[in-house]
Design a binder for this molecule. Structure first.
Ligand code: EPZ
Length: 415
């Protein structure tokens, strides 16, 4: 099993380019299934999740051509299979996002229910309720969701929770439905806006993306289009914390500062400087950092995908910090691993009470991609060597993680 071997090599310095957003690229690649034409997508990050999504699209009959490292051409005019095999779909929860396009365009799909994962049970009831509201017949058996629809019709849908995936799946299904759909209490993450922008480029009629009420007027068909994926705000946040935890100074290029607001505000509260400039942000620490309290929330709240990385940082900052995870029911698997590095953390349900201290290197295990990244960040400032197993998790969501950190002066080897 491969590992990251991380040593404390002092403060990080330099410039790093942020890749395209994994959580925008995956739904947008699924959306290419709706198109009758050719779609060229740029700034697609080079990740395991991306290659798994490409495998699924190829399995369905789509053709995907890599034009450059981060650029792909999709043609999905010859779809001839409407279900994804368990062994492929099971590697990638986002495989569920092909359902909306397949139901809308072909009236049938059968996809394995995504299992749970270390951060929670990950239900899909809101996706399926949305499809049913649009007139589809949904049945669950033998671990699969089978959805049939002669013709989808518009509907008014209220999401019990502003689910990112459910908003995306329903929005894609509604694009080709007869009539108008309104998704109320929809997720407002930047990745939703990116998907809506891509769909509108293809000829969809979507308004309100980025607000909690999205209106979709169904159209007959969608064309192709060329589109560039937004930068990854979570990768950016991870490198901002890498700079902070080592007391360095790092400039991040290819960011959308607005998307980083929830994190930048919190880092400034802790005493970290974040100087924004167009499509870059420079992070530095000139004063001693201090403790903070934070609660993860759907956007524009503090992102759950940054919670593990913040735990790592606050484990090294003197004072008591209280971090509450409200989005996923089991997203503290990294706490036990940080404790093995000497972190003083008490867990009470969805709240972690952290007393900052100095960390020591240890053998630790990644339990999800953000936890894996957080443990590497902790290793950057720990005394001694940290080995992080479960690198396949990190490779799912971070393009060339070790390479980018090394370019900033970190001592991290992928073995
Ligand atoms: C997306 O997952 C992201 N993944 C996650 O990023 C991110 O953590 C999450 O949104 C929240 O921001 C992708 O975009 C590929 P949700 P998703 O549906 O869509 C409950 C990462 O690290 N829920 O917004 O699965 C669910 O249990 C990953 O990059 C239902 O109850 O998230 C959870 O408690 C991890 N029923 C909450 O909503 C449903 O039908 C948030 O889930 C769907 C969700």
């Amino acid at each position: 099993m491969s590992k990251y071997i991380v040593k404390n090599n002092g403060a990080l310095h330099g410039t790093v380019r942020i890749s395209g957003a994994k959580n925008a690229a995956l739904p947008i690649m699924a959306a290419a299934l709706l198109s009758d034409g050719v779609c060229v997508l740029d700034d697609i990050p080079d990740l395991r999740d991306v290659s798994n999504m490409i495998d699924i699209i190829n399995h369905l009959g789509g053709s995907v051509k890599q034009l450059h490292k981060n650029s792909y051409e999709f043609f999905c005019g010859n779809i001839n299979d409407f279900s994804a095999p368990y062994e492929t779909a099971n590697k990638l929860r986002a495989s569920f996002l092909v359902m909306g396009p397949l139901i809308a365009k072909y009236g049938y799909t059968k996809i394995p229910l995504p299992g749970g994962c270390p951060i929670g049970s990950r239900p899909v009831d809101l996706h399926l309720k949305g499809f049913a509201a649009l007139g589809a017949d949904v049945s669950l058996e033998h671990g699969y969701a089978e959805v049939k629809a002669k013709r989808l019709h518009g509907a008014n849908i209220y999401l019990d929770f502003p689910s990112v995936g459910a908003t995306e799946n329903i929005m894609m299904a509604a694009c080709l439905a007869d009539g108008q759909t309104v998704i109320a209490n929809s997720a407002v993450e930047p990745e939703i806006v990116d998907l809506a922008n891509f769909l509108n480029l293809m000829g969809a009629e979507i308004t309100g993306a980025g607000t909690d009420s999205i209106k979709i007027s169904g159209v007959k068909s969608l064309l192709g289009g060329n589109y560039t994926i937004i930068p990854d705000r979570i990768e950016a946040g991870t490198f901002m914390i890498a700079a902070a935890i080592t007391g360095g100074k790092v400039r991040l290029e290819n960011v959308v500062c607005d998307h980083l607001k929830p994190l930048s505000a919190k880092l400034r509260e802790i005493g970290i400087k974040a100087e924004e400039g167009g499509s870059s942000v420079t992070v530095s620490c000139e004063n001693p950092l201090h403790s903070c309290d934070i609660k993860t929330l759907p956007f524009p709240g503090f992102p759950t995908d940054m919670q593990a990385q913040l735990c790592a940082l606050m484990s090294t900052v003197s004072g008591t910090s209280i971090i509450t995870e409200t989005v996923f029911e089991n997203r503290f698997m990294h706490i036990g691993e940080l404790q093995r590095m000497g972190a003083k953390i008490k867990l009470d349900g969805r709240t972690a009470v952290i007393d900052g201290t100095s960390l020591t290197g240890a053998e630790v295990r990644a339990t999800d991609l953000r936890a894996g990244a957080a443990l590497c960040l902790a290793g950057l400032c720990a005394d001694g060597v940290t080995s992080v197993s479960g690198t396949e998790y990190v490779e799912r969501g971070y393009e060339d993680f070790a390479g980018k950190l090394t370019s900033l002066g970190a001592d991290i080897q992928l073995t």
